[in-house]
Design a protein around this ligand. Structure first.
Ligand code: TRP
Length: 455
């Protein structure tokens, strides 16, 4: 095991890369669908609570582990607690990164297809048997596309190759450079969409749904979904942020960085709510199916079709989605790459190719499980759904639980405090609070929420 000597080149780059990991399809594709499924503003409130009480402390914990342990998740646990089985937690993380990547690459591939078909205009071409600009038109296009055996597989492979390209270039020249460029683009695009959506006639009704809570809607299920969403959206629970923070310089203030990253991630989700709900209400589409996948790939094209400059909005939006997706998949890939690099001394290129090769098999299978392979099921779900649910609802919370228990109770004495305060030089409210939260509150809450699924 060698000491990792790579670091991010600048503070901006460090935050951009970490926000790039956090901000992804989770914010843009999953978050509005969760809000819709869980009754609107009430979910938003619970979500904010989950981010503050659990998300930020767990993120600080991952940062402490990564920067203190200097390596990929497995190396970190082995270095901090040699001879103990805690490294298995790291191994679970590396496996989880594969599970998530396998279905995430497929959805990322859809975004590229939608971007290209917005550019060529074929997304808005007539679909036989449906009225132009109707929900049916885009629903049909989406379901045909997702289930078809060739194009989605090719686009999934294209995304895997894009990821390989960035990862091979390394931490500063690949990940950091890409994030420095793309994250500002993402925020500008999102801002443009917020302005457009809020100026639509009837926007207020959408805002009301998104921002005016109905407390009777809050129940155990809402908590479970909000927690799962918070972990997924903040990239927690499986060592992505352990890996990234091993590239943080020693003087990085971990508490402040965790708060900044979490708030920016929340901001993107919130802005996406401001885009989606007013647009959907304004076009009177709220009664239509709003389920995860269909939201951005069906409902939004329908909105764009009803607006002037259809193609322009469509191109900008799918570009936004693609940017968000790529900066996240790269962070997921980096976990296993770092692991091979640290442990087996693989060169970066060899490590990247070793990680991407199995994905080239599994991701296309996930894609095909939406179509020709849909009859093959695991626990009653297609491979795609299984990978999604298993990683989000089980692997991430279990990984986070083990990590909290480790940091709260089993890590070397004083480790967490030393890391969070940079050896006592910067005491902050967040570092003090998160030590208590990680030790007592987070494990209990995560456990409760996990167990409540089975009651
Ligand atoms: N956070 C990303 C999103 O919102 C996805 C992601 C990247 C992720 N790395 C992760 C999710 C690690 C869980 C764990 O889309």
């Amino acid at each position: 095991m060698k000491q990792s000597s790579t670091t991010f080149g600048s503070k901006f780059g460090l935050v951009a890369a970490t926000v790039g990991s956090a901000v992804g399809l989770g914010n843009i594709w999953r978050f509005p669908a969760e809000v819709q499924a869980n009754g609107g503003a009430a979910f938003l409130l619970v979500y904010i609570l989950c981010i503050c009480l659990l998300g930020i402390p767990v993120m600080m914990g991952e940062f402490a582990l990564g920067r203190g342990g200097q390596g990929d998740p497995i190396t970190v646990y082995r270095r901090l607690s040699p001879g103990k089985p805690w490294w298995i937690t790291g191994l679970l993380g590396v496996l989880a990164s594969f599970t998530i990547l396998s279905f995430y690459m497929v959805v990322a591939g859809w975004t590229l297809e939608y971007l290209i078909s917005s550019i060529t205009g074929s997304l808005y071409e007539h679909v036989a048997g449906t009225a132009d600009g109707s929900n049916a038109q885009f629903a049909q296009r989406m379901s045909e596309y997702v289930a078809s055996p060739v194009r989605p597989v090719l686009f999934t492979i294209a995304l895997i190759l894009i990821n390989a390209f960035v990862l091979i270039r390394g931490v500063q020249k690949g990940i950091e450079k890409m994030s420095n460029l793309l994250m500002p683009v993402l925020f500008v695009l999102l801002l443009i969409f917020c302005c457009v959506s809020l100026s639509l006639p009837g926007a207020a009704e959408g805002l009301n749904f998104f921002l005016n809570p109905d407390f009777s809607k809050i129940n155990g299920r809402v908590f479970l979904d909000a927690l799962g969403q918070a972990f997924f959206s903040l990239s927690l629970g499986m060592g992505t942020l352990i890996t990234y923070s091993s590239y943080f310089p020693k003087d990085t203030r971990l508490g402040r960085t965790a708060v900044t990253v979490s708030m920016l991630d929340l901001l993107v989700a919130f802005m996406m709510g401001l885009v989606i709900f007013p647009a959907v209400m304004s076009f009177g589409l709220q009664g239509e199916s709003f389920e995860g996948a269909t939201l951005v790939f069906v409902t939004l094209p329908e909105v764009f079709a009803g607006m002037p400059l259809t193609r322009l909005w469509s191109i900008l939006f799918f570009l936004l989605l693609l940017v968000a997706a790529v900066t996240s998949t790269v962070s997921l890939g980096e976990v296993a790459v770092a692991c091979l690099h640290d442990h087996f001394n693989f060169s970066r290129t060899k490590a990247v190719l070793t990680v991407m090769a199995p994905l080239l098999v599994v991701s296309p299978l996930c894609s095909l499980s939406n179509g020709v392979l849909s009859h093959i099921t695991i626990a009653g779900q297609t491979l795609f759904d299984f990978m999604d649910n298993f990683s989000t609802n089980i692997l991430l919370p279990v990984g986070a639980l083990l990590m909290c228990v480790y940091l709260g109770w089993f890590a070397p004495k004083g480790f967490l405090r030393r890391e969070l305060t940079n050896d006592g030089t910067c005491r902050t409210f967040w570092s003090a609070a998160s030590q208590i939260l990680l030790r007592w509150v987070a494990p209990v809450l995560i456990l409760l929420i996990l167990v409540s699924r089975y009651l």
